[in-house]
Design a protein around this ligand. Structure first.
Ligand code: NAD
Length: 425
């Protein structure tokens, strides 16, 4: 029997919704894109084109789309972080299940309140922790659950944000000012908190964290650097963060933030950079997000682990140490061993080298495509709790992330059960 098509609608038509719509439209047997809301007409129009649905309906905002009788099975919530809680709560109340962009909310109290609301209303919420759907992490999870490593005793994980990405998103961009969005450990690394707790498969009980903003500060600005790259910077030629790169090798980043990126002339783009946040010198912004942070984690099983986020590396690295063997993986392994994962078995000394089929790669190592490929099946599971990235499971990563930020700010070691209780959980 053919599966019932899942009707999709969206609140917020930015880069995330466009990716999901594009992927969903390629699977018309599973999905039908029926409606979307956004303040910007050009974005609504792009959503309409991507939907490939002549009956597609567009709305100016969340209020307008939610004033209609329920239009779809699933509402994608992909506005900016600070709106997630309000838009997700309203959509749940209207009767929608959700595909909810991370973070669930910008504060833990609302995260826990949303979990409670979804439970009370009996709705399904899948959080876009897309790494769970990548071929790479699926393979790592399979190795861990196979028992090949024995019991997990410890891990070391690193997330290298990469200098340009840090400058684009966490200095100049949406997540630069923590008070307007979420702390870095949530906005960027809630994926890592999620993956680590998924792999260890045991609740995180306590953690401690250090970190700060070392580099992207006025003191680091080269002599004579003006407030904007477009004001004629004396070191523009050699600066890694020169905004003029949006015209050349960083054009794909421009497409995420500037609707006319593909059609505008170079002169128009430079004009846009003169007033846009992305034209500012990275050393002269209003940014407060950290550029490095470490977290020490303790789990109920007895396992421990360390996580480091840094602007000054690229890609993720993960080493897992088990009683029977160890697993080394990620960017450094790829560079040195030429494969994605190496598994060493202590008893035999045997080394298994694993290469992942990266055919599906796109943004997020194939995670976006993996999510949309399995979304229909996820939403059809008998119990919401069985979903790979259910709200209940995703809340765990947010408790860890918000606790890490609290620890970083206060210097305290955090008891996670106590922290959760203090926020209404
Ligand atoms: N899962 C991931 O790996 C991942 C990656 C990047 C971003 N994100 C998250 O996805 C979310 C969206 O990111 P983005 O880059 O697509 O953002 P974006 O800023 O490009 O798009 C958000 C859109 O929401 C619209 N909007 C604002 N208020 C609205 C309202 N009241 N009603 C309807 N539309 C409204 C804006 O006009 C804008 O077009 C963010 O919360 C971000 O943190 C997740």
């Amino acid at each position: 029997m053919k599966p019932k098509r899942l009707k999709l609608a969206a609140i917020g038509c930015g880069s995330r919704t466009f990716i999901y719509f594009e992927l969903a439209a390629k699977q018309p047997d599973l999905y039908e894109i029926v409606a979307a809301a956004d303040h910007t007409a050009a974005r609504r129009e792009k959503a309409r084109l991507l939907s490939q649905n002549p009956a597609f309906r567009e709305f100016h905002d969340d209020v307008a789309i939610l004033a209609e009788p329920k239009l779809a099975d699933l509402m994608i919530i992909a506005t900016q972080d600070a709106f997630h809680f309000a838009h997700a709560s309203a959509a749940l109340r209207k009767g929608y299940d959700l595909l909810l962009e991370k973070p669930i909310s910008t504060n833990l109290r609302d995260v826990l309140a949303l979990e409670k609301l979804a439970r009370e209303l009996g709705r399904r919420v899948l959080v876009c922790h897309v790494l769970r759907y990548t071929p790479f992490y699926r393979k790592v999870k399979q190795i861990v659950t196979s028992g090949a490593l024995g019991a997990i005793v410890a891990f070391e994980a690193t997330e290298g944000v990469e200098p340009w990405h840090q400058g684009h998103s966490f200095v100049r961009g949406h997540w630069g000012v923590v008070g307007k969005s979420t702390p870095m450990i949530i906005s960027k690394s809630c994926h890592d908190m999620d993956i680590l707790s998924w792999l260890v498969d045991s609740p995180c009980t306590a953690l401690g964290s250090f970190g700060g903003l070392m580099h992207f500060r006025p003191e680091s600005a080269p002599a004579g650097a003006p407030v904007r790259c477009t004001d004629g910077c004396p070191v523009g030629e050699t600066c890694l963060y020169n905004a003029h790169r949006y015209l050349s090798d960083k054009k794909n980043w421009l497409e995420i933030i500037y609707d006319r990126a593909k059609t505008a002339t170079d002169a128009e783009i430079v004009d846009w950079l003169r007033t846009s946040p992305w034209g500012r010198c990275v050393y002269r912004c209003d940014n407060t997000a950290v550029d490095h942070q470490t977290v020490n984690l303790n789990f109920a099983s007895g396992a421990t682990g360390t996580f480091t986020m840094t602007a000054f590396s690229a890609g993720r690295d993960l080493a897992i140490f088990g009683t029977k063997g160890r697993l080394l993986s990620g960017e450094r392994v790829k560079k040195t061993a030429g494969c994605d994962i190496v598994v060493e078995t202590f008893a035999t000394g045997e080394l298994e080298r694993i290469t992942i089929d990266h055919e599906l790669d796109g943004w997020h190592g194939g995670g976006d495509a993996g999510l949309i490929r399995t979304l229909h099946a996820e939403m059809s599971k008998a119990k919401a709790a069985d979903m790979e990235s259910s709200l209940e499971k995703s809340v765990e990563s947010h408790v860890m992330g918000f606790a890490a930020e609290e620890s970083r700010r206060t210097g305290r070691t955090m008891d996670l059960a106590e922290f959760r209780r203090a926020h209404g959980g």
